[in-house]
Design a protein. Structure first.
Lengths: 311, 410
């Protein structure tokens, strides 16, 4: 998934090979991750797609089923992975993920500690941010989920930058071996204030911590605990509002008489032009946008803090 | 020097101190100066908070706002300063001489004290320049210079643009160099960020200087015109013009950095401490003597590489231009299945761009999004969203380039 391996980097010359992970794109809201295998086939409502047809084609290609239906094959990215991965827990989405990475000031070479791993949605993006010289150490107290996460990181090709540990961070804190080495720490725990004293020991000078909590009471308790050794404590909420577009075509009807008393009837046709090949008629059509009716109201509060400089 | 409030302070005491250090403005003999402060670990914070939560019986029914509550005059305060009173002492004096202070609730007292501290004993926090802080500073003080790019929007552009080490990212940056710098920061010195310009004139990249990049990262920031990246020939008139323009810009940047120039962009945060972002070196030497070779013209070798492999992704911040007018020429430069993200302050140009891309099947997974960001004040019994909020962070059109021929229609 990451371009650090030059043989895997996407380019005009890079074609789909056996063993590659592809994202099968049916529609904007219907995608699936599939591992390419010479003798396998992918089934959906458009028909059956032979993997052997895929091998040798570039990523981004349109491929056809035995019934003439089609899908696109995309190269995996952390953003696409977040949308297709299997949810073992509630995950973080792109709005929170991108903000966290910016505010934790992550760049290649950083060492990040994370708990809990959950389904590995954020972890994959953390890996991208710190590769190839940095590393993500992520912990979850659920052994099976930790194992599933490890499998996913292998599948997506980020496992050289992520180490999954089974550990109860709330109860035991982070391992001592990381003391004073972490550039940033991310916490997504039910009681993060229990992990904050340990986080303080792990962080480098001027290191940054982030805690994600769905409930405001959790945020309040975390901030109380942070005030002792942290400064610049800020809490945010971030959401993404999506828009849909539509093309309007105005077809004018005939006016009556000379126009003094008559009214001109307009017939307006609305056409939804998602993916169709209709030609544009720039003279009497406009594209309009409006927010989507369905919207996410809340994910969680993000609290950031910097370690106080006491020397 | 730096202007804090209405006084000028020398920045000399800052040099040699680690990032994250806290400073206070003191009244010295030669005038106000900055001195290092080691913050307490606030063991008494818990007690104060407990006291606040239990039993707050006061209210403001008897407090009349007639500007007569404070007994000390401006002249009294100046006299105290002349006698060498510290900022803290002045604040204590103001509290002692306020007729209404005791009547206020403890929350109101705390707010009053912070307000006076900010004016008479301001604190300054030294911060390392990073995309996040630079973006926030400009968004607050001079947003027009960065195309009103808010920090959450910038972070989305970097994620949706799949910026990672070893990528070759094509950018159109009309945000003064903020986007270019943010991408380069995430590349960490590997790969390239190609700053391309639509038309003849170069877009300014001054803000890249503030990031204080190492030479390695500077080398990854290059310029190329659209014709350079698309043309087959070795040289072209436009590319020669571009080369001389690039060289002129590099020379003037070097001249700027060799003098002691400090950009003072200060923010004030909720707790009364101003954040200071400096273009400062770790070494105690005042002069910045390294060469910033940022924005050199892309070499023929690099251009060839990009033509063979394509760019890994594209990010566009061109709030004054119509996106479709140039995206249709730039998209074919991206590798197949490469993601892109286009920012605009207005919705309509992105809607028409999205429609055009859909109709021509040039991209899929197209999505127009608008980020919404709200900050919270979290204090015991006083937790609520902040009163002020940014109304609009702009819109973003994201998608993935398909492998179908750009000109075909089905």
């Amino acid at each position: 998934m990451l371009p650090t391996d030059p043989t895997k980097k996407i380019s005009f010359t890079r074609c789909i090979k056996e063993g590659d992970l592809v994202i099968v794109y049916e529609r904007h809201d219907c995608m699936k991750a599939v591992k390419v295998c010479q003798n396998s086939a992918f089934q959906n409502r458009f028909g059956a797609f032979k993997h052997s047809d895929w091998i040798g084609k570039p990523f981004g290609s349109m491929v056809f089923s035995n019934k003439g239906g089609f899908v696109y094959l995309l190269a995996p990215t952390p953003e696409l992975w977040t949308l297709v991965l299997s949810h073992r827990t509630q995950i973080l989405y792109i709005a929170d993920i991108s903000f966290v990475i910016m505010y934790l000031e992550l760049v290649p070479g950083c060492l990040v500690l994370e708990s809990g791993t959950g389904s590995g949605s954020l972890t994959t993006s953390l890996a991208r941010a710190v590769a190839p010289t940095g590393h993500v150490y992520t912990f979850d107290f659920h052994e099976q989920r930790a194992a599933s996460a490890r499998e996913d990181f292998e599948r997506t090709g980020v496992s050289s930058f992520v180490t999954v540990g089974v550990r109860d961070i709330q109860g035991q804190g982070f391992p001592d071996e990381f003391s004073g080495l972490a550039d940033s720490i991310f916490l997504d725990l039910p009681q993060p204030w229990l992990a904050i004293p340990s986080a303080k020991k792990m962080l480098k000078q001027d290191g940054i911590l982030c805690s994600f909590s769905p409930c405001i009471e959790q945020v309040q308790r975390s901030c109380e605990s942070l005030r002792l050794n942290f400064t610049d404590i800020r809490t945010f909420e971030i959401l993404l509002r999506t828009y849909e577009i539509r093309q309007w075509r105005a077809d004018c009807g005939q006016g009556t008489g000379g126009g003094s008393a008559g009214s001109i009837r307009h017939k307006r046709k609305q056409h939804l032009i998602e993916g169709s090949g209709e030609k544009e008629n720039p003279n009497n059509s406009t594209v309009m946008a409006r927010p989507n009716g369905e919207a996410r109201g809340h994910t969680g509060y993000l609290t950031f803090a910097r370690l106080k400089c006491l020397s | 020097t730096l202007k804090i409030g209405n006084k000028n302070c020398s920045l000399q005491p800052l040099i040699g101190c680690p990032f994250g250090s806290l400073f206070q403005v003191d009244n010295g003999k030669e005038g106000p100066n900055l001195s290092r402060v080691i913050p307490s670990t606030e063991d008494d914070v818990q007690e104060k908070e407990d006291a606040q939560i239990s039993g707050e019986f006061r209210d403001n029914r008897a407090i009349v706002d007639d500007n007569k509550a404070q007994c000390l005059s401006g002249e009294d305060i100046d006299e105290m300063r002349r006698q060498g009173a510290t900022g803290e002492e002045i604040v204590e004096a103001l509290i002692a001489n306020s007729a209404t202070f005791e009547k206020k609730t403890s929350f109101s007292q705390e707010k009053y004290k912070l307000k006076k501290q900010k004016k008479y004993a301001p604190k300054v926090l030294l911060r390392r320049p990073f995309a996040r802080s630079i973006c926030e500073a400009y968004f607050k003080k001079n947003p027009a210079r960065i195309g009103f790019l808010r920090v959450d929007m910038l972070s989305l552009l970097l994620s949706m643009g799949n910026v990672a080490a070893n990528s070759d990212v094509l950018v159109v940056d009309m945000a003064g160099g903020l986007l270019t710098g943010a991408v380069a920061e995430r590349l960490g010195g590997t790969g390239y960020v190609c700053n391309t310009c639509i038309g003849d004139s170069l877009y300014p990249m001054d803000i890249v200087r503030i990031f204080n990049f190492s030479n390695e990262i500077c080398k990854s920031i290059v310029r190329a015109s659209v014709s350079d990246v698309t043309s087959q020939s070795e040289t072209s008139e436009q590319s020669d013009q571009l080369e001389s323009a690039c060289n002129m810009e590099i020379q003037s940047n070097e001249q700027k950095s060799s003098s002691v120039s400090m950009e003072d962009i200060s923010l004030s945060s909720e707790n009364g401490v101003s954040d200071l972002i400096l273009e400062a070196n770790h070494s105690p030497v005042n002069k910045i003597s390294k060469s910033h070779k940022v924005g050199e013209k892309a070499s023929q070798e690099t251009l060839k590489l990009w033509k063979e492999n394509g760019f890994s992704s594209m990010i566009v911040v061109a709030p004054e231009l119509d996106p479709w007018s140039f995206v249709k020429d730039l998209l074919p430069l991206l590798s197949y299945s490469a993601p892109f993200a286009i920012y605009h302050q207005y919705l309509q140009p992105l809607a028409t761009c999205m429609h055009s891309l859909q109709v021509r099947k040039m991209a899929i997974g197209l999505q127009i999004s608008e980020p919404w960001l709200r900050e919270y004040q979290v204090l015991p019994s006083r937790t609520h969203p902040c009163m002020q909020m940014s109304g609009c962070g702009g819109y973003i059109l994201s998608g993935t380039r398909t492998a179908t021929n750009a000109s075909s229609q089905q």
